[in-house]
Design a protein around this ligand. Structure first.
Ligand SMILES: Cc1cc2nc3c(=O)[nH]c(=O)nc-3n(C[C@H](O)[C@H](O)[C@H](O)COP(=O)(O)OP(=O)(O)OC[C@H]3O[C@@H](n4cnc5c(N)ncnc54)[C@H](O)[C@@H]3O)c2cc1C
Length: 389
């Protein structure tokens, strides 16, 4: 954290701060702004000349003063698919988020989620009160989202008595709950099993590099053209051309999966555990083909962890739009790298940021150069095979 001029305020240090922005949302004097650090991540910066020393930011920070989690043993797991195939194919996994959002909006509520900026160079949290407004929130955007005004807007809707669904990463939900400071019966929180968030700065550099001078018209990190298990990253351009690469072929995605440019706090995240602060956790049911074959057709299967009575309540109301099958917690997270414990910090991370800063040409070479020759050959064969298929 940066303190402009001296102040006695001490927020979470740079290694632990999640960038959730709860501190800026709660500050009564507007002295905290969220700025980009040298690695392209969001960090709070305090202007001490405006600070009124109320220390609300410290009390609200979900790292300094953690949000209580669900009790172990309360959570139940379900394999779920949305009965509407079109919605499922447009979602990252089984399309559970759309069903939840649709229910809330059909009952006069408001839904918060993460959407791309117009130029696709960043992701921010926004809200919708209409069914058409759900689409931009669908599908995972694998970079950290800016929560901006959304915590305060959420509180306003809650105080008006509106039903609100707020979705985000586990640390964002913890930040929201800390900022709200009390339980709202009309709030439903949905988090993700989260592998960690990559640097928005690295994404910006990557997209500009890959687009050259063309305008980007679409980014889909979870294109299911070749199946959910074999998803593609596709980027559309204004001249009609399209880049489409498998998860291990795409340089940005490879760096993400190998933990090369995740946020520092993601390597020891306190909210990425099996007990949660949210009502529901949504995720991919990796391993469904063998663990629950009756719910697998390679179009996307979700796993949903339900932590509260509110979570159970809403799932019961969605029995017409979802197919649901209970799973053991063990199976639910067995094949999911993002489910539990710590992300091993990649030795490449520090070297990458130290030697290359946010240089993207070097990222491309860096990630590629660190593959074993056998991996590179295997990737080339797969690429050719996909072309001839
Ligand atoms: C950074 C990141 C890491 C993830 N890591 C894993 C993992 O390790 N294992 C796993 O099983 N699942 C992971 N997921 C979740 C998974 O990709 C799907 O989002 C989830 O399975 C829900 O899919 P769905 O089909 O129900 O709905 P979708 O329509 O795909 O759901 C979209 C939901 O994700 C939210 N969202 C999208 N991008 C972001 C973002 N950048 N920040 C905050 N919220 C966002 C939207 O607000 C919406 O609620 C991750 C998601 C993100 C964004």
């Amino acid at each position: 954290m940066n303190n402009k001029r001296d102040t006695s305020i001490r927020l979470a240090d740079r290694d632990s701060c999640t960038g959730c922005s709860a501190c800026a949302s709660v500050c009564p004097s507007g002295c905290i702004t969220i700025v980009d650090d040298s690695e392209g991540f969001l960090q709070p910066e305090i202007d001490a000349s405006k600070c009124v020393q109320c220390h609300k930011c410290e009390a609200t920070c979900p790292v300094i003063s953690p949000q209580p989690k669900s009790l172990p043993g309360e959570t139940k797991a379900y394999a779920i698919i949305n009965n509407n195939e079109e919605i499922r194919l447009s979602s990252s996994s089984g399309g559970v988020f759309h069903a939840l959002a649709d229910y809330i909006i059909s009952n006069g509520g408001v839904v918060f989620g993460a959407r791309f900026d117009e130029d696709f160079l960043g992701v921010h949290h926004d809200y919708t009160e209409s069914r058409e407004g759900i689409a931009p929130f669908m599908r995972s955007k694998y970079l950290q989202s800016r929560t901006e005004e959304s915590f305060r807007e959420c509180r306003e809707f809650l105080n008006q008595g509106r039903q609100v669904l707020y979705s985000g990463t586990p640390c964002q939900i913890a930040g929201l709950l800390k900022m709200l400071g009390r339980k709202y019966e009309n709030l439903l929180t949905v988090d993700l099993i989260c592998h960690g968030v990559p640097s928005p700065g690295v994404w910006r550099k990557y997209l500009k590099w890959v687009a050259k001078c063309k305008k980007v018209t679409e980014v889909n990190f979870r294109n299911k053209e070749y199946g959910w298990n074999n998803f593609q990253i596709s980027i559309g351009f204004s001249d009609g051309s399209r880049l489409s690469e498998g998860q291990t072929d795409n340089r940005y995605f490879r760096g993400f999966l190998r933990n090369v440019f995740l946020r520092r706090s993601c390597y020891h995240c306190m909210y990425r555990t099996s007990d949660r602060v949210s009502d529901l956790t949504i995720a991919d049911y990796w391993g469904a083909d063998s663990l629950c074959p009756e719910m697998f057709d390679n179009k996307g299967t979700s796993i949903v962890l339900v932590h509260s009575a509110e979570g159970h309540n809403i799932l019961n109301k969605l029995s017409n739009s979802l197919t649901v099958k209970e799973q053991s917690i063990g199976n639910a997270v067995l094949c999911n790298q993002g489910a539990n414990g710590e992300n091993p910090i990649s030795s490449r991370r520090n070297r990458y940021f130290f030697f290359h800063g946010l240089g993207l040409q070097s990222l491309a070479d860096y990630v590629a150069a660190h593959d074993a020759p056998v991996v590179r050959v295997r990737r080339k064969i797969k690429k050719v095979w996909r072309r001839v298929k």
